[in-house]
Design a protein around this ligand. Structure first.
Ligand code: NAI
Length: 331
């Protein structure tokens, strides 16, 4: 039995969390949930949307499943996500992107994984106004973070039976910073001769992705390119309702969907739990409950493929509860 921190979030968070925890329980997942509330309502009571107890719980359990959390506007608190990543040093942003049969998109052969560096690059936040007409932002690339993220990508490739890792950069222009990223990538690649290694410039990558996405397997990128390319890839497979993600560090991992708390459909029982469920499936693989993960994956994909019981974002009329019940029926 593994204890996992569960953040049900707010907005549609609690609805999709209920769906996902029901499915995991029925599938036989060996998990005990340590439920930690966070978000806007918590901020009203505890004065912060991310109380220390949430961080402490994740530090202790080392794994968390997180539903979306609304970021209060104008209360001086940065995003809960940014705060979580920082406090827990979650350096790798992992975003698997795979077509789901039954969801129509321009491509039917996307199956790639984005590994984005999460801690430096232009996100280091070192900016200054030089004068009224000039601002500057410093791009930080270090050997330590670059080596760590590329090692993560190769490790992921081996553990998930992937064959190719492609390092993405703009080293023709950012010769020193992206040059260092590539130098680290080449060093790491030598340690993994069983995995093919390639390099590509980020502009060419974007063009190739919207023409022949099937040629890519694992992509490893510095923070900014990773952010942009992640969204491009989410678009390739059909959008927010199915886009999963994870933030992983040396001591902890937080699995969460890409989407937000969707206040426009809150409480209407029509949110699609797929993105959170796919995030939970990745979490199950991370905690080595692979059989359960595969069982749920199969039931989910069968349900979507049949196209009979789908939530409105996927073109259906089913409720979150109907969709959940159908997956459970198929387990
Ligand atoms: P959003 O992702 O919540 O919603 C955008 C659109 O997608 C809405 O029309 C919504 O109904 C739809 N949608 C999102 N998830 C869906 C699902 N599972 N099923 C069906 N439809 C879905 O983005 P928005 O409205 O910009 O953000 C709302 C709040 O969420 C904000 O406070 C934002 O800060 C927060 N947020 C939190 C994130 C997190 O906790 N990881 C990530 C992104 C935003």
């Amino acid at each position: 039995m593994q204890t996992v921190t569960l953040i049900p979030g707010d907005g549609i968070g609690p609805e999709i969390t209920k769906s996902v925890t029901r499915i995991l329980k029925e599938a036989g997942a060996q998990i005990e949930w340590d439920i930690q509330s966070a978000g806007a309502e918590v901020a009203e009571i505890e004065g912060t949307p991310l109380p220390d107890r949430v961080i402490e719980s994740i530090k202790h359990n080392k794994v968390a499943l997180k539903a979306p959390v609304t970021t209060p506007i104008g209360k001086g608190f940065r995003s809960v996500n940014v705060a979580l990543r920082k406090s827990l040093n979650l350096y790798a942003n992992l975003r698997p992107c795979k077509n789901i049969e039954g969801i129509k998109t321009r491509f039917d052969n996307v199956d790639l994984v984005i590994v984005r560096e999460n801690t430096e690059d232009l996100y280091a936040g070192i900016e200054r106004q030089v004068d009224d007409n000039t601002a500057e932002s410093i791009k930080i690339i270090t050997r330590k973070a670059s080596t760590r993220i590329v090692e993560f990508a190769f490790d992921y490739a081996i553990k998930n039976n992937r064959k190719l890792v492609t390092a993405v950069s703009k080293a023709n222009i950012c010769k020193l910073s992206d040059g260092l990223f590539l130098e680290c990538a080449r060093e790491v690649a030598k340690k993994f001769p069983q995995i093919e290694y390639k390099e590509i410039l980020v502009d060419n990558l974007c063009m190739q992705l919207v023409q022949k996405p099937e040629q890519f397997d694992v992509l490893v990128l510095p923070n900014l390119y990773g952010d942009i390319v992640s969204d491009l890839c989410a678009g390739l497979i059909g959008g927010l309702g199915i886009a999963q993600g994870a933030n992983i560090g040396e001591d902890a991992a937080v699995f969460e969907p890409v989407h937000g708390s969707a206040p426009d459909i809150k409480g209407q029982n029509k949110a699609n739990p797929t993105a959170l469920l796919l995030s939970a499936i990745e979490m199950l693989k991370y905690i080595k409950q692979n059989n359960i993960a595969e069982k749920i994956e199969k039931a989910l994909f069968e349900t979507i493929k049949e196209k009979k019981i789908l939530t409105p974002d996927l073109g259906g009329i089913a409720t979150t509860t109907d969709f959940t019940n159908e997956i459970i029926k198929k387990l």
